[in-house]
Design a protein around this ligand. Structure first.
Ligand code: SF4
Length: 249
């Protein structure tokens, strides 16, 4: 397994996010973060106890950095790493059913060189897309607390600044709210009332310096959505097709 770099743990890492000057530096800082005691304990406990199917594997057990093309036109924003998915593999959305669905869709849309993602060294490469989350550590029951969300928010804020992506594909209402809050903090003009999340929602926002970005809403690729048919391959394909249209226009 070729893990991302493992710098020493740092409880003050979020405070340094604004000072990073590249996606690589931001990713490295995220992997050092130990700011949330509950999540640090949980991610390490899961990594020690493991799921039976993965008992022979060395879990990552740390904050998971963003993954993909640092010059992406499309930033995909999820919720948080899964305990036995990205918390195991060290790479966003990799190693669980959510990732199976997402990477297959990215491959169909021409953003991924292969449809599968099983580990951090499986050869998967993304072109034109980078994937991140508002919370970088696996939370118990997939539910970060409001304080944990706030603590992790400097990483998303810096990601949005550094990436400067013209299209943000937001998977689920949690990410949608986090992105709008972060852009508002950075001086972007957010309509009132705030645009509501929905699958297929589309809103273009104006930012400082004449920048603009378009948010595209997509139901989250969680098993609850994909196994029940609430989110189908055709539905996410439509969103990614729209993302492509917006970035080649
Ligand atoms: S959730 Fe975010 S702020 Fe909290 S420990 Fe993980 S990376 Fe750090």
């Amino acid at each position: 397994m070729s893990w991302p770099a493992r710098p020493p743990l740092d409880p003050e890492a979020p405070a340094r996010a604004a000072g990073t000057t590249s996606s690589a530096a931001l990713d490295l800082l995220v992997t050092s973060c130990a700011a949330c005691p509950r999540l640090v304990e949980w991610r390490e406990q899961v990594a020690r106890n493991k799921r039976a199917a993965f008992r022979d594997q060395d879990y990552w057990g740390r904050a998971v950095p963003a993954f993909g093309d640092p010059d992406a036109d499309v930033l995909v924003i999820g919720l948080a790493p899964a305990a036995h998915g990205a918390n195991r593999t060290g790479r966003m959305f990799t190693g669980d059913r959510s990732g199976d669905f997402l990477f297959a869709a990215l491959h169909r849309a021409g953003y991924a060189n292969q449809p599968t993602a099983v580990s951090a060294d499986d050869g998967l490469e993304l072109t034109g897309v980078r994937i991140t989350a508002p919370v970088h550590c696996a939370p118990p029951a997939n539910k970060p607390t409001p304080a944990e969300r706030r603590r992790c928010s400097p990483f998303l804020a810096r990601e949005l600044e550094l990436a400067g992506a013209p299209v943000l594909v937001v998977l689920g209402g949690f990410g949608w709210q986090a992105v709008l809050a972060s852009l508002a903090d950075q001086g972007w003009t957010i309509p009132r009332p705030r645009p509501a999340f929905g699958h297929g929602a589309e809103v273009t926002l104006a930012g400082p310096g004449g920048r603009s970005t378009t948010l595209l809403g997509c139901f989250h690729v969680s098993q609850q959505n994909t196994f029940t048919g609430r989110l189908t391959p055709a539905m996410i394909d439509d969103v990614l097709r729209r993302a492509r249209e917006l970035t080649v226009a």
